[in-house]
Design a protein around this ligand. Structure first.
Ligand code: ADP
Ligand code: MG
Length: 228
């Protein structure tokens, strides 16, 4: 951790795709600093480059150029195996769709990252159950995805993202697939998480009302920040 408590720093991130019509510049030199335990929102219309940036910050994709430092480590020099270890230890992800596995119960889904990491199954189960309790879903632990509502599924996906106690949670349109009432409940949950768990939260959304609830909002357009 640096003296400014900067947990993650992205510098001059560019993403360019080769295209038959020429080069397609998706990110045009984006800078972003995330402090330890900070919550911020990234707002922007569809196609702005928000998901591309989040995928790069989350090491699920590599930039064409730029620098990415997280928890004192230079992420862009790591190979895929190192990155996946780092990611599994430090980062959690939530997407618009829950991506739960239908053949596993709620609690089994939450435990998957622990199993992958080789954690003790009993401890993993305890952690998963504690998180489901926190999410208000203890009584749904042994239900399967097809028996659960959209909001419940998303809360389980959030529990799965948190089960290894990441230092940062990336969420890409986490309420994009929910009705407005359920969306509000999931929004509240993010702020509760920020209060109760020490983790940085980066939420990508095109919902202005959701973004405005964050202490810090960055707006993206055509692969760049829009400065107010
Ligand atoms: N693999 C790809 N090849 C070419 N263009 C892509 C690729 N992935 C995304 N894009 C383009 O990058 C732009 C930004 O996409 P994205 O990051 O998904 O935007 P947002 O999440 O803000 O809607 C879009 O114009 C999209 O079509
Ligand atoms: Mg997107």
């Amino acid at each position: 951790m640096t003296k400014d408590n900067i947990f993650m720093k992205a510098s001059n991130i560019k993403k360019v795709y080769a295209h038959s019509m020429g080069q397609l510049e998706i990110l045009r030199g984006v800078n972003l600093e995330i402090k330890e335990g900070e919550a911020l929102a990234i707002l922007g219309s569809s196609g702005a480059g928000k998901s591309t940036l989040l995928q790069i910050m989350g090491t699920l994709d590599r930039p064409t150029s730029g620098e990415l430092v997280c928890d004192g480590r230079d992420l862009l020099v790591m190979d895929d195996e190192e990155l996946s270890k780092f990611r599994n230890a430090e980062m959690g992800f939530v997407f618009q769709f829950h991506h739960l596995l239908s053949e596993f119960s709620a609690i089994e889904n939450v435990m998957i990252p622990c199993r992958v990491a080789g954690e003790n199954p009993k401890l993993a189960q305890e952690k998963a159950m504690n998180l489901l309790e926190f999410m208000g879903l203890a009584d749904r632990a042994h239900h399967y995805p097809n028996e659960l509502s959209g909001g419940e599924l998303q809360r389980i996906a959030i529990a799965r993202a948190l089960v290894r106690s990441p230092k940062i949670l990336f969420a890409d349109e986490p309420t994009g697939n929910l009705d407005s009432q359920t969306s509000l409940k999931i929004q509240d949950l993010f702020f509760q998480l920020k209060q109760e768990m020490k983790l940085a939260i980066v939420v990508v959304t095109h919902d202005l009302a959701f973004a405005k609830r964050f202490p810090k909002v960055y707006q993206m357009k055509d692969g760049q920040w829009v400065h107010p």
